[in-house]
Design a protein around this ligand. Sequence first.
Ligand SMILES: [Zn+2]
Length: 57
Amino acid sequence: MPQRIYCSTCGRDLYVGIELESPLETIHKHGGFCPACRSKLRFDVDSIKIVPVEDER
Ligand SMILES: [Zn+2]
């Protein structure tokens, strides 16, 4: 199932794709910061959101 990982601060997509990607890998790819709002990304619900694409709200 496609998944979407996005910044919970500004809503910027950090990863959208069919492959299940580790959130830690996604965070690492972005250097630990959101490219849009520069929030520090951490693997917790206050920092990033992970949702199945079909369940997007
Ligand atoms: Zn952001």
